[in-house]
Ligand binder design. Structure first.
Ligand code: SF4
Ligand code: SF4
Length: 230
């Protein structure tokens, strides 16, 4: 039986991949494991995310360009990190990749995810300024991470400025209307083409809010998806 090791996250932290959670595959619920495909010969799932602006700064410094420099930087960093700290471990990076993975479900299990009214994940430390960057299967023996214990900041938010800030009234009536949001974003010259005004209006974790360039990068990708699928 292999010895349990502490998770060596310092290298990832330094480049802004600063949220990490280790699951034993055997502890994951079936609705998650069925999205992972054949998990042989792995025994752990490592969920990696970023919080705040540090990852974007690292991507810019790396000089990586192309259509999705964040994904390319993340993949390169994880491969280098695994070869440095776990050279004998087998691993597979499932995300980024073509396979649909239950990221928000994993985030909820890690304690990272609560749904904001505009259906982006939120937590009390980072606000909405975090995202899932990688899902790695590995035959590692890291100590499993305890779930973060933070309740949704939306519960105590009386004024809910995000609701009033949405120009499409997509949260009017207490339920998010994806249809209204998409219709607003697709308009020529939309005020939400490259941002979400509701997200920007939320005061929680505002110190970690993305810079304009990172926001534009993130929302240009989602706008492209909207144009292709709606
Ligand atoms: S403004 Fe309030 S309700 Fe809206 S996302 Fe932020 S904390 Fe939640
Ligand atoms: S992107 Fe714009 S329209 Fe959609 S929820 Fe955010 S503020 Fe509302």
């Amino acid at each position: 039986m292999s010895e349990v090791q502490p998770f060596p996250g310092a290298t990832l932290d330094r480049c802004g991949l600063n949220r990490q959670h280790v699951f034993n595959l055997a502890d994951l619920p079936p609705e998650v494991t069925t999205t992972l495909g054949d998990t042989t010969p792995y025994c752990q799932l490592i969920l990696i995310g970023h919080g705040g602006r540090a990852l974007w700064d690292s991507v810019k410094k790396s000089g990586i360009g192309g259509a999705d420099p964040i994904d390319d930087f993340t993949l390169r960093t994880i491969r280098e990190w695994m070869s440095e700290c776990q050279p004998d471990s087998r691993y597979a990076i499932l995300y980024p990749g073509p396979q649909p993975i239950a990221l928000q479900r994993l985030g909820a299990l890690a304690g990272w995810h609560h749904a904001a009214p505009f259906m982006v994940g939120i937590d009390g430390e980072w606000g909405t300024w975090y995202a899932y960057r990688a899902v790695v299967l590995a035959d590692t023996h890291f100590a499993p991470s305890p779930a973060v214990d933070r309740s949704s900041p939306c519960v105590a938010c009386q004024d809910k400025p995000c609701v009033a800030a949405c120009p499409a009234s997509a949260m009017a009536g207490g339920v998010f209307s994806l249809q209204k949001c998409v219709a607003w974003r697709k308009q020529d010259g939309s005020t939400c083409a490259l941002t979400c005004l509701a997200r920007v209006a939320c005061p929680v974790g505002s110190d970690h809010r993305y810079c304009t360039e990172q926001l534009a990068h993130t929302y240009s990708i989602s706008l492209q998806t909207i144009r292709e699928h709606y």
